[in-house]
Design a binder for this molecule. Sequence first.
Ligand code: ATP
Ligand code: MG
Length: 673
Amino acid sequence: MKETIDSLNPEQRAAVTQTLGPVLVLAGAGTGKTRVITVRIAYLISKGALPESILAMTFTNKAAGEMRERLAKLVGKKKASYVIASTFHSYCLRTLREYTEELGYPEGFTIADASDQLTILKLAMRELHIPEARVRIPDIQSKISLAKNRLDDPHAFLARAGDDSHELVGQIWLKYRDVLRRSRRLDFDDLLTETLRLLRTNEKVRTDLQTRHRYLLVDEYQDTNGVQFEIVKQLAGQQRNLCVVGDDDQSIYGWRGADVQKILSFGNHFPGAKIVKLETNYRSTAQILSAANRVIKNNPTRHDKTLRSAFGDGEPLMAIAMRDESVEAEQIVAEIKSLVQQGHSYSDFAILFRTAVQPRPFEAELRMKEVPYVLVGGMSFFDRKEVRDVLAYMRLVANPKDEASLLRIINSPPRGVGKTTIDRVLEFATEQGISAADAFDRAGEIPKINQKAVDAVLDLRARLSAVRKLHPHGEELVALSRRVVQEVAYEDEVKRLYPEETQFEKRWAAVEEVFNFAENYVKKRKRPGLLGFLNELSLSATDTDSAEDAARRQAVTLMTLHASKGLEYPRVYLVGLEEGVLPHQRAAIEDGVEEERRLAYVGITRAQKALTMTYCLERARGGQKIERHPSRFLLEVQGKAPPPGWIPAGAGDVTGEKAKKKRRGGKARGARR
Ligand code: ATP
Ligand code: MG
């Protein structure tokens, strides 16, 4: 332990060894904030704290995994395994599962993930007779989510309604909540708000949890939202053994309700807090840091801080104008290949971008050149139709009232249940205030109902309930999963859809993979059950393809700037540095440029040794080539004040006309700074 402590600088050490009372580490990127959290946990354990009394909140599952790995090295695998290191969502899930009685869901609940949420919103709108074309459902979803994370309530929300569209969101929200309740489901936001509700209203739960978690730690504190902050506050209770670390300059989730003021006013919320500032960056070369500083200092409302590199200048930064997005991909991939030939490893490289469409040309190029890569947060395994179908069936075993899942698989395999039948059943369900599943049971009361279709659904329900009886507590998870799939003849369905042998095998492999997941889950957990399995899967599916995978697979990492938070790579490409991309078009209109600038800062500060920034002179949009302009952030890196609004190409040295002529040929060249 002493060795570990000695490896810290004095300020880090102070944050680690002050174990009582609130501590805030407010410091720039790469200054060792996350390291403080990890070492502090090891230090607490060395001073006699029980590992299970330590709760560390991280931002992603990936970060939680990394923290556990780092901890295992410091305190040994066994002790590390007792420390709770998890995301807010996972922590809340485990809490709610423990207190299902208190929560009011004694039989348990299933999680509604983002795609279920859309289905449920559609159901809600159907009941309200709002045509789908009238609104953009994802917009409604994010508005409701934002309101929930700000601890709003649908009634209060409606009372404040100033216009029709606000009113509409409120109405849909109310109905959406009804559907969730009668389906015994919680969405991701509910995990947080329901945990907070328990903490606030149930003294037993509150005391239990406060006693259990003697030491709290929160990484990336600048991105906690209102609900998360309140949960932390409740858990900290009177003891307030709370250590949070963060960087206001890296607050990039304002659009999801995070509130950067929370970190700046930490001392007000937790009087007497020790506030530690770290100023040495141990990640990046001086050149990289100075670029980051030049960008971020343009944010008018920021709290200035010092950030200096522990290292020398290092390699010069590169800024390259590319003819278009395919040239951008070609040149970067070619450079990576040649550097790997010179001894670098593929996992040294990360390509960071702002929007979800940007990786496409890179993926194509990487594939063509046979370069291994991982797209973090890309189309996940869990988004495949077969996987979603099988999980829907399993959810119905665990929770027969789950409406979205029932409707998902009601005709897969085909059961002859038409739209009219579904409409009539749902209408009846709404009238009676019951779930769709119960409405099918009482279909005899519905006039003019297609009895054959109803019988098919009842037969399905009987089969699933038979499986449930065989495994009342969801034990023997693997056998159960196979049984469900067999019971509904899902294999025949896949064969019917994909009669061609290789096609079928590929599709079926996804189903087998679900069984493998179940098997692994059983190995990992002491009391593996169906509900636990399904719910943990819903959460882990949000960031599966992890960065560690990339390292293990010796692959280039492709990811969004948002996903890159907290990570570091020897060589980083920050691509598409164009007005309208970064800053994003929407942000430029909606006054979100400061948050976009913080995103750029996050991107730049991921780089350890080399940073290359690129932008395109043209980009294809809707079949046309559109002329592009370099991002104001690129000009800021170059130390040039950006003119207001968009910047015409040619305003900067490297990005100007001269460069344009040179790059048109497609040859990349470094720009020395
Ligand atoms: P971010 O703001 O990006 O999350 P951070 O402040 O959490 O960054 P860390 O990831 O903890 O920074 O540390 C950045 C790098 O510096 C890591 O590789 C870490 O091991 C290293 N590091 C941290 N503190 C020290 C130190 N005192 N001596 C040497 N290396 C250090
Ligand atoms: Mg960190």
